[in-house]
Structures are given as C-alpha cells and as structure tokens.
Design a protein around this ligand. Structure first.
Ligand code: ATP
Ligand code: MG
Length: 392
C-alpha cells in the first residue's frame, strides 16, 4: 500500500489494538485501485465514536451525530467513521439520523456505487462485496443494489453518478441510467449547494463532455439552470483543474442567465468575481486587450477568456503562450510596486482625500505600464504635477 497512507495505517493499528476492527473505505480504496493519487483517506470502524475518542488523545467531533471523529494523533488528520446504515430516508434526501452497526457489510451496502463500496484492510486486502473491482476494470458506474430504490433514498446520487462518470471517464451502467431517467425530477428535492458541489467536481473531470452529455441523456439538465443540452458540443475540448473555470464556462455559454446561475447554485463571491472578470476579459479580447487588462487580471482569468474565444472560433491573432509572456514583462506587477501611493498625491497637492486619488493613481499606473514615465518617485511627481495641476 501507498506510503502516503502510513498515518492512516497507524490509526487503524491503534483501533485494532484496542480490540476493534478498522478499514480504509470509499473513495480512497477506489482511487488506490485506479492508481490515482486521491485526496483524503477515510477509515471505518465498528468502534462507536465515544470508543474512538477514548483510543486517541487528539480528536475533533466533526460529525459525531453521523459517527465521524477526526483523529489528529498521527500528524495528518484522518476521518474515522463508525459503521452505520441510513434507514428512514424521507423527502428523497439523506437522513439526519443514522444507525450505528457492528458489521462492515451493512456499512458498505449503504454506499452509492460499487466502485465506492469497497474496503481495504491495513495489509492491502480488498473487501469487495458488489463487484466494484470488476466495474473499475470495465469503467462502469453501477448502483449498489436496486438503482431505483437507491436514488429514491437519496436523489443526489443521480448527479453523483454523472459526476463520477465525468471525473473518471466511466460509463453509467444501463439500469442505473434508466433509473435516473425515470426519477430525474427527484433532484428538485436536493439543496442547490449540494448540486453545485457535484458540478464543481464534474468540471475537473477527465471527460467533462461525456458528463454534459450524460446530464442531457439522463434528463437531469431539465431541472438545472444552464442550457446544458443545447450547448453540449461546446464542451467537447473542455479541460480544467479549477472548478471556477467550469463555472465561468457555463456562464459564458449562458450569458442571459448569469444572475440565475449565480442565484440557483449559490456560487461563492470568489467564484462570482472570477466569472465576472472572465466575462469582462472575454469582451475586451474581442476588441483587443489593453495593457490594463493584462495588469488587472490574473493569468487564469486571461487564459480562460482566451480559451473560450478559441473554442468559439474567434480569430485571436496571438498565441496563448503570449499571455504569460506579456504579463511577466509588465513594468509593474501590482499596485504595490508603483513607486507612489495616495499619500504622495495628497502631500504634493495639499488637497483633501477623495476620489481624485484613484483617478491619479490609475493614470500613473497606465503611464508606468506603457513606459511613458519611469517608476520612481521624483519622475512620477514631475509627471503628475504637470499632468494634473497648473503649478507644475
Ligand atoms: P471524492 O474523490 O470526490 O472525495 P469520494 O468517493 O471520497 O470521492 P465523498 O463524497 O467524499 O466521495 O464520499 C465518501 C464515500 O461516502 C463515497 O465513496 C461513498 O462510499 C459514500 N457516499 C458519499 N455520498 C454518498 C451518498 N449520497 N450516498 C451513498 N453513499 C455516499
Ligand atoms: Mg472524499
């Protein structure tokens, strides 16, 4: 097993030494079998949360009602969750209440897809009750048990199926897909933030285009904001490692619906700012980027706008690599690098603080960026007094 898991193995050993069982479960096992470096390692155990807390000296109750204790003893945090089932689903959502159980089987059974329902012992032995290894080999997303039942328990799983298919470039098994098509309207019961979280992961997938197609094929797109099906072909070459790029792309393709997208998915202010910057950069790119566009936008914003323009078959008369080169060669990289600030302007003019300061500094930035004025205090002072006052 991977050395990255040393800390998780030590957690498992301590739980075992206390007389309980513990295994690695879920996404970590899946990613291990796929040879992908996953993000976090989850441990499941038959010990109750109170028992787990007695074994370790430093723990945090991050979801005690769901049976999850965060163990900090081994340097890296490990989530340790008590084996549980989730009965009494209501409103097509995952229940708040869980029932702790003492056997691993039941815990694996409640998991959504066969590829996510495997466990691994500390020696690397795989426990696979539902054919998850076979499905990994064939690249298949398949519900554990009866797909219809599982989606009616928790409708978010429908979108998770699509997210995993995009993330891993897997196909959705026929019965599983049929069940989604049949009950797609249940997605309306799911909180939009949770939908947005799945889409954020979808954007970073290996096959985003396949995911967008699956959204249309499953009819889930009917219940989401954004014209997924109509814009399907535009996603063909889409690839990113940053979820905000996906959101920006969705907004660029649905420009009349931007506010609705912001509201429906409850996007963060950070994402919204990024999206607005990309939109502005895209619009000005269709004319021509000024040096200020390069200065005010970060590289990801500019590259996203550029990629979108290329995807839209706009004729852009320069290579993408130019963007980085131009940006790196700017005379100043940020406002902080300007040799003067607002206090200088006040001192030179004896005027009261006001909006005129920003006007003056912006002009100075443009002058320095264009190389009209050298970026030192004395030169800028002469230039400023000459440009903005009559005394100069
Ligand atoms: P990722 O790499 O995106 O974190 P993951 O498989 O770890 O993938 P999580 O959402 O972190 O996904 O969930 C961890 C595990 O919990 C899953 O592998 C799955 O076994 C189980 N799980 C998560 N959400 C659900 C759900 N809605 N229904 C059933 N099981 C779920
Ligand atoms: Mg995870």
């Amino acid at each position: 097993i991977s050395e990255d898991w040393d800390f998780a193995i030590r957690v498992i050993e301590k739980i075992e030494n206390a007389g309980f069982e513990a295994v690695i479960v879920g996404g970590a096992v899946r990613d291990h079998l796929l040879g992908i470096k996953g993000n976090d390692v989850d441990v499941a155990t038959n010990a109750l949360p109170s028992e787990v807390k007695r074994i370790f000296s430093t723990t945090v109750d991050i979801g005690i009602e769901h049976g999850t204790v965060l163990v900090l003893d081994e340097g890296q945090p490990v989530e340790v969750t008590t084996y549980r089932t989730e009965s009494d689903y209501s409103d097509y959502r995952r229940p708040e209440q869980v029932i702790f159980v003492r056997t691993l089987d039941k815990d694996l059974q409640r998991r959504d897809f066969t590829i996510n329902a495997m466990a691994m012992t500390k020696d690397g032995q795989i426990i696979d009750l539902f054919g998850g290894q076979q499905d990994i080999e064939n690249g298949v997303i398949r519900s554990v048990g009866d797909a219809t039942v599982r989606f009616r328990e928790d409708a978010l799983r429908m979108l998770r199926a699509i997210r995993f298919s995009a993330q891993l470039d897997f196909t959705i098994e026929e019965k599983t897909l049929k069940a989604i098509q049949q009950d797609c309207d249940l997605i309306e019961f799911i909180a939009h933030e949770r939908i947005a979280m799945e889409l954020s992961k979808l954007w970073k997938g290996k096959n985003v285009y396949g995911g967008i197609q699956a959204l249309g094929e499953s009819h889930l797109d009917k219940y989401l904001i954004g014209n997924y099906k109509a814009n399907e072909q535009h996603w063909e070459k889409f690839h990113t490692t940053k979820s905000e790029v996906g959101w920006a792309y969705l907004c660029l393709l649905n420009r009349e619906e931007i506010q609705d997208i912001f509201d429906f998915y409850r996007l963060s202010n950070k994402d919204k700012t990024f999206i607005r910057n990309v939109m502005n950069a895209y619009n000005s790119l269709l004319k021509e980027w000024s040096i200020m566009d390069y200065f005010t936008n970060d590289l990801t914003v500019l590259e996203t706008a550029y990629d979108f323009a290329v995807w839209q078959r706009q004729n852009i008369p320069f290579e993408k690599t130019e963007i980085k080169r131009v940006k790196e060669n700017l005379n100043i990289q940020s406002v902080d690098e300007l040799a003067i600030n607002g206090n200088h302007l006040i001192e030179w003019t004896s005027k009261k603080r006001g909006p005129w300061i920003k006007v003056g500094l912006d002009a100075a930035i443009i002058a320095v960026l264009n190389g009209y004025v050298k970026n030192d205090e004395q030169t800028l002072k002469e230039w400023y007094l000459n440009e903005f006052t009559n005394e100069g």
